[in-house]
Design a protein around this ligand. Structure first.
Ligand SMILES: [Zn+2]
Length: 461
């Protein structure tokens, strides 16, 4: 088998026949074990949305810590200071437009962006100006937006998503959500709207973090649904459109929260660490099943399977449930600060944060020879059609800091065709997760983590 691997991979396998057999055992157990699904059901249905700074986020921290302790992992809660923003009332209606039936209004479906400032409690009424992009904003006359509500109507690239590149379709639009309030505030807008970033078709608004800048007025910011963005574009082309907008979110002082760290100690090099992870916080509209309860539970499943099968790799496997990825990755930043003298001992980091659909393989960031080195692992994953190995500059938001410090980093390469239809919307709920696909992700995480933690030499870096 070693020789066969060597022939296929063009070099000697880093793992023995016994170790390959252990990977196969982990893979098969992950495919049949309900632990990840049950944990996901609890996180989403029982605990619910886990917005940073919320009671549910704290409850989830305690829950995951308890579950990991019960498996015999060494558990620590590591402090992270996180934003504490609470959604309020959010509603909008057109109060005047071309062709309006006298005495009527028309509802606009929207949701406040994370971190948004509030309108006065009674709301504001202003004319709507629609632009598709930054260029169109720059082309407006000076004062063209002053006192008005500016809509950035940048459509989600559904064709790109359908081709399997959901992430780049998302990245193409998310800049308007992030920077739109700064650009609109700088030209005197009273409020800013963005077209929902995502492919949802059922008039579901898509939330997500937004940004403000020092010296620029913090104006209220919300995402309208794709349907309502189209409506506003059509009506503003016919004449002036006035909108009444009420957003009453509240920003509180930063809260104390935690990353949950659970170590399955290595037998030979306990000081050397392989991270398996997802982020525990979520947006509040849904219950954070695909983003990113799924990532957390497949990381938890790695520890559970090691315990169940009695596997004790050479190095430590560290399950991390990151806090506050959605609102600025404060948990990851705290980890980078707390462990700054220990990056050399981080021999690998894995994060799953692109949903729970079928993984076609592994993204890796680091030295190019990682691909060749992982070939025997991909052969184990071939049985679940997760055999591709793709180099990528980034793997996961929370482990990005480690990637830049030279830690080999990895992510399951999920099918992202449908992810952004639900992500950050009220439809990100437990039912969206296919148990078989979830198990495939757990298999990728567990097999890869074991491979990294038990190879005679650490992964190339
Ligand atoms: Zn996420």
């Amino acid at each position: 088998m070693d020789r066969l691997n060597a022939m296929i991979s063009g070099g000697k396998s880093a793992w023995s026949t016994d170790q390959i057999a252990t990977m196969e055992k982990l893979r098969d157990a992950a495919m049949s074990d309900p632990y990840a699904l049950n944990e996901l059901r609890h996180l989403t249905d029982n605990i619910g949305p886990r917005l940073s700074g919320s009671p549910q986020a704290q409850h989830a921290v305690d829950y995951v810590a308890g579950e990991m302790r019960s498996l015999g992992a060494d558990v620590a809660l590591e402090k992270a200071t996180v934003p504490h923003w609470v959604r309020g009332e959010e509603k909008a209606e057109l109060v005047s437009w071309a062709g309006q039936t006298p005495g009527t209004t028309q509802k606009i479906v929207l949701t406040a962006l994370g971190g948004s400032a509030a309108t006065p409690p009674e709301g504001i009424t202003a004319e709507v100006v629609v632009v598709n992009d930054w260029q169109q904003l720059r082309a407006l006359p000076p004062d063209g937006v002053k006192g008005k509500i500016l809509l950035f109507n940048h459509p989600f690239d559904k064709e790109l998503a359908a081709e399997g590149d959901g992430l780049n379709a998302y990245v193409g639009g998310v800049v308007y959500r992030g920077a739109g309030p700064i650009a609109a505030g700088a030209v005197g807008a009273a409020a800013v709207l963005v077209r929902s970033v995502g492919g949802a078709d059922f008039r579901l608004p898509h939330t997500g973090m937004t940004e403000y800048a020092p010296g620029v007025p913090k104006i209220p910011a919300a995402a309208v649904t794709a349907e309502d963005a189209d409506l506003l574009k059509d009506l503003t082309a016919q004449g002036p459109v006035k909108l009444h907008l009420t957003l009453t979110p509240q920003s509180f002082p930063d809260a104390q929260s935690y990353n949950v760290i659970a170590d399955w100690k290595g037998t030979e090099h306990p000081e050397q660490v392989v991270i398996v992870s997802g982020h525990l916080d979520s947006w509040d509209l849904g219950t954070g099943a695909i983003d990113d309860g799924a990532g957390v539970v497949v990381a938890m499943q790695t520890i559970h399977l090691l315990k169940d099968l009695g596997i004790h790799p050479r190095r430590t496997i560290r399950c991390v449930a990151w806090m506050s990825e959605e609102e600025g990755s404060e948990g990851a930043a705290a980890y980078m600060a707390d462990h700054k003298d220990d990056f050399a001992n981080h021999v690998g980091a894995i994060e799953s944060d692109l949903g729970a659909d079928h993984p076609t393989g592994i993204y890796y960031a680091g030295r190019p020879e990682l691909g060749q080195w992982l070939r025997p692992v991909s052969q184990v994953l071939d049985a679940i059609n997760a055999e591709t190995l793709i180099a990528s500059p980034e793997t996961g938001e929370d482990i990005d800091g480690l990637t830049t410090k030279g830690v080999p980093s990895f992510a399951p390469r999920q099918d992202s065709r449908f992810y952004f239809n639900y992500h950050h919307t009220a439809a990100d709920t437990f039912d969206k997760v296919d148990p078989k696909h979830l198990n495939e992700n757990a298999a990728v995480m567990a097999v890869l983590a074991y491979a990294l933690a038990d190879s005679p030499e650490p992964a190339p870096r």
